[in-house]
Ligand binder design. Sequence first.
Ligand SMILES: [Zn+2]
Length: 240
Amino acid sequence: MNIYISCGHCLKERISLEFYPVEVNDEGVYELTCKSGHKTTSFLQNAHFEILFELGAKAFLDGYTREAISSFAASLERFYEFCIRAIVEQKEIDIKAFDDTWKYVASQSERQLGAFYFCYLSFFNEVPEKIPQKWIELRNNVIHKGHIPTLKKTEEYAEYLYGYMMKILTRVKKGCGQNVFKVLTKKQKLSNTEEMNRNAFTIPTAIDVSVRLPEFNKDDFKQAMEKVKNNKWIQAVSKS
Ligand SMILES: [Zn+2]
């Protein structure tokens, strides 16, 4: 899967508005040498769970139901991490201390879910919504038992997860919106790359976490899928 980025130098100097394809990676950090020879480091400001959801949506729209559910489920897990980071940021916790603590739960998603539930409870003083058992079973059957879900079931699962995440994100953004921005921009703040060679960018996605309230969460699931269908900023790369 490729995303399209531009050269920060060329943009700042108004030399060119050309976009270059780069393969999506886990880090969200992209080294680019443009046609004019500028070497820049670009930081993707979309959250990782947002990209995973987008990949799931693309797979769903192309009819790959197992791949879609696998990406949607991974998106949900990274979504919990994102919310934990945004809520914990309220206490201005040192990122190294956070990362060191995260290592205790990093390999077990059930522990991360527990951390999310109690972060949510302590911040909103409310019991968090639990994902219905039927969706947990669907995810487990796909990931662990080779189950091939129907397109309809995949759509229902995706629509539920989209609604669930958007609802919680809206609350998190209302409660600690500045922290959401801090979590999204942390990578480039910690980078040693020279200011001139640094470039931050965001691509439009179904979730669009960086959109500010009250514009955030305006699309229903069908509109969000329509957006994915027409999204030229992230595209599959064929092997041949
Ligand atoms: Zn350039």
